[in-house]
Design a binder for this molecule. Sequence first.
Ligand SMILES: Cc1ncc(C[n+]2csc(CCOP(=O)(O)OP(=O)(O)O)c2C)c(N)n1
Ligand SMILES: [Mg+2]
Length: 280
Amino acid sequence: MSLTKDRVMELETLCRRFRTDTIALLHRLQTGHAGGSLSVCEILTVLYMECANISVDNRCAPDRDRVVLSKGHAAPMLYRCLSEKGFFPLEELETLRQPGSRLQGHPSMGKTPGVELSTGPLGLGLSAGVGMACANRLQGNGACVFVVLGDGELDEGTVWEAAMAAAKFRCDRLIAIVDWNKVQLDGMTRDVMPMGDLRGKWSTFGWNVLECDGHDIAQLYDAIQTAKGLADGKPCVILANTVKGKGVSFMENTNLYHGKAIDDDEFSRAMLELEGAENA
Ligand SMILES: Cc1ncc(C[n+]2csc(CCOP(=O)(O)OP(=O)(O)O)c2C)c(N)n1
Ligand SMILES: [Mg+2]
């Protein structure tokens, strides 16, 4: 069953809040990764708020679902989602990237409640996800593992080694979601490393391939539910078409706001757009 219209609207409202909060936080703290955080907002929101069986109460249960943010630089949006789930207070986000904080610039599994894997060096998440999926199968617990990857991250050879292993081990409860925004740190992905036929690549590596609009809550939900239901011995990848910097016009489709802090003028202009969208 698809999400009701009301629930879609609730999640859209939540995403607008997450965007505003994240940009305000990054400006206050003068730190970065706005572009990749805005891009992955709906993907993480739908996973944490709707599709993945994850809560503070089941955080240690062996049969919980797991979300791995392999593109660990989008930690600000991950932390916003985890605080919404109650893993830590919203105010703790003010300690982002400070010495001694539990919320470092990249997710840390020993330190940050709700974080399943330490990431930051790109290319790690899918390999670990294969291991988690194999362990779940050995335990027969039916849990899902969701790995969120960047499209620039797909340049890492380890991703494709893991993709082959997932097919070999028939990890059909492993779902990769590619935040396919066509931009990476220092340019467009097609210029840095052309991927060619991305659907065909995953398919040739033995994966089911789905595609959706990665900012459309209803589409994301349907794709994830379809992926969960396939259970045909093949892992599944969802190619989620996204826009880097989504929601702030001058941050969209550019690498300029990948890592840099936002200045006062940029902040004012961004807030006009984001708060305008919130009040619309
Ligand atoms: C192994 C490794 N090499 C390089 C980097 C530096 N780096 C951080 S983010 C990034 C670009 C990632 O692009 P993409 O995966 O497309 O992320 P998004 O566009 O979603 O921000 C790079 C090269 C890194 N973190 N790890
Ligand atoms: Mg990208």
